[in-house]
Design a protein around this ligand. Structure first.
Ligand code: ADP
Ligand code: ZN
Length: 529
């Protein structure tokens, strides 16, 4: 094709200045860009706001041909393309919102080499015609945005992403760059293997957002707690309040308005025009509060969001990190505040039990929820736990609620040892596995039918735990799970030891537990326990 621009030979730094108007690269941007310009594959883990887009946009401008960007954020494609065009970049997109004529136009642009960047929704790859189209043009690189969507273990799996491995099979010589803002070590590995990024260089930025103060509070009267926070610390600030349901979004927004706060709702059930208007007000104005479901925020680039508040428990640490990450992109002090109550746990467990999909899927959701609970219940620095979840080490931050006002805790070491050694005793019985219920019955010395059936009343640990009530034991179980000192296995919630449990049993590790005075017994029950 005659109009395909040759590789410009321009230096990345010059493109950065000429096209984007910036004078220096941030973090590892330059290394990533040079690696991709040279034809290498890359896997980039960088927090929101880190500057991932330039990592593929600049190589696409330097290399010959069109950079093909796979992105699930269909609603944003128009905006992204408009922003690039305003900078003089020849960009366009293909997704299901376009009619045939619009698509034909873009396809013609691509095939005749008139595009620097083509944004493609992953579902387009299901259509054979799309692959034929890609064959007709010259591709400078593939960028796979939101790459965690390929990971089934992740929190945001999209089946269409599994198609992406064929890009490599069909175009083995085109460099690929996969990018994500959230990936646990397991997800990280899964991205690399599913996308067959065997030769890729991995670029992993720090996930720390030091200017964000993380706080997780017990939920009493959430709306009032929220209002206190806004009035005492964030008067006149722009912020996002996340709620789980559309109904609570509406109610909370109305409550804030009635309380004199400039607030608007945002959720998928609102009229598209209202939604767009509320979003653009948020971007344009100072000090507007958006009350939203998690439908809000993907790709929103507002630097001065001063707080992100969650009135309901996020389903995963990844989600929590992504949502709170929208605060403080300008680097100034910001608050991530979450109100967390027992009802959240009950509600989310119910949602998992009632969710579609197989046992494996539910197990995944449960693991995500458990990790989120662990973060809520830790007496340690929130940031240390958060970063550890993403496989990164750090020290106590001094800028989270645990660091600022150390949580009340009690020494649960002996309780933990009793509980763990009961599990050890039971392990000796071949093929028999028991959940929290049976283990607590043994500790409390209860002669239930099941205890008698398995002769558990003859165990040396029978009745050694009467100093705690059943509810307290359930709290111990939950917190040991939270701390990784215990794990659950299988569909029936079988409790099993972890490597770390052995340290506790050996007396080499203390177990501080967060004290929780008034949690009702029933609600603390784990399913299958
Ligand atoms: P991410 O995709 O990682 O969330 P973006 O690519 O949207 O981040 O970049 C976040 C913001 O930072 C954008 O406004 C972008 O223009 C800006 N930015 C990125 N790189 C640089 C840089 N080297 N210098 C100045 N601003 C930058
Ligand atoms: Zn801390």
């Amino acid at each position: 094709p005659g109009r395909v621009r040759d590789a410009t030979g321009e230096k990345p730094l010059d493109v950065l200045a000429r096209v984007f108007g910036y004078d220096a690269f941030r973090g590892e941007q330059q290394e990533i860009i040079e690696h991709v310009v040279a034809g290498g594959d890359a896997l980039v883990l960088m927090p929101t706001g880190g500057g991932k887009s330039l990592c593929y946009q600049i190589p696409a401008l330097v290399r010959r041909g069109t950079g093909v960007v796979i992105s699930p954020l269909i609603a944003l494609m128009q905006d992204q393309v408009d922003a690039l065009r305003a900078l003089g970049v020849r960009a366009n997109f293909l997704n299901s919102t376009q009619d045939l004529d619009e698509r034909r136009l873009v396809e013609a642009e691509f095939a005749s080499g008139e595009l620097d960047l083509l944004y493609l929704a992953p579902e387009r790859l299901r259509v054979p015609a799309t692959l034929d189209l890609l064959n007709r043009g010259t591709i400078s690189l593939f960028a796979i945005d939101e790459a965690h969507c390929v990971a089934q273990w992740g929190h945001d799996f999209r089946p269409d992403y599994l198609q992406l491995s064929q890009l490599h099979e069909r175009w083995p010589d085109v460099p690929r760059i996969a990018l994500t803002a959230t990936a646990t070590p397991a997800t990280h590995q899964e991205i690399a293997s599913r996308l067959k990024l065997d030769e890729a260089r991995h670029f992993v930025a720090s996930f720390d957002r030091p200017n964000i103060q993380y706080r997780i509070a017990p939920k009493n009267e959430p709306k009032k707690q929220l209002l206190d926070l806004l009035r005492s610390e964030h008067a006149g600030d722009a912020g996002i309040v996340y709620c789980l349901s559309r109904a609570s979004v509406e109610k909370t927004a109305q409550f804030l308005v009635d309380s004199g706060i400039d607030a608007v709702p945002y959720h998928a059930g609102l009229d598209a025009r209202v939604r767009a208007a509320n979003q653009s007000r948020f971007l344009r104005e100072d000090g507007l509060v958006v009350v939203a479901t998690i439908a809000f925020g993907m790709g929103i680039d507002k630097p001065d969001v001063r707080f992100v508040a969650h009135l309901d428990l996020p389903k995963s640490v990844e989600g929590y990190y992504q949502e709170t990450g929208r605060a403080g992109r300008d680097g100034l002090p910001s608050t991530a505040w979450l109100a967390y109550g027992l009802q959240d746990v009950v509600q989310q467990r119910k949602m998992i039990d009632g969710s579609e999909g197989d046992a494996e899927h539910r197990r995944r959701l449960t693991a995500h929820l458990d990790a989120m609970l662990a973060l809520c219940e830790t007496v340690e620095c929130r940031r240390v736990r958060l970063l550890a979840y993403f496989g990164q080490e750090s020290g106590p931050c001094g800028n989270c609620d645990s660091c600022l006002t150390p949580a009340k805790s009690w020494d649960g070491t002996i309780a933990a040892q009793k509980l763990l050694s009961t599990i050890v005793r039971l392990k000796r019985e071949r093929n028999q596995k028991f959940g929290a219920g049976q283990i607590i019955d043994i500790l409390l010395g209860k002669k239930t039918a099941k205890v008698i059936q398995f002769d558990h009343d003859a165990l040396s640990v029978f009745g050694i735990g009467t100093e705690l009530r059943e509810a307290q034991w359930r709290g111990v179980v939950r917190q040991l799970l939270a701390q990784g000192l215990l794990a659950v296995e299988g569909d029936y919630g079988t409790l099993v030891l972890t490597e770390a449990s052995k340290e506790v049993l050996g007396g080499g590790r203390e177990v501080p537990l967060r004290s929780e005075p008034e949690r009702p017994v029933k609600a603390a029950t784990r399913s299958g326990g």
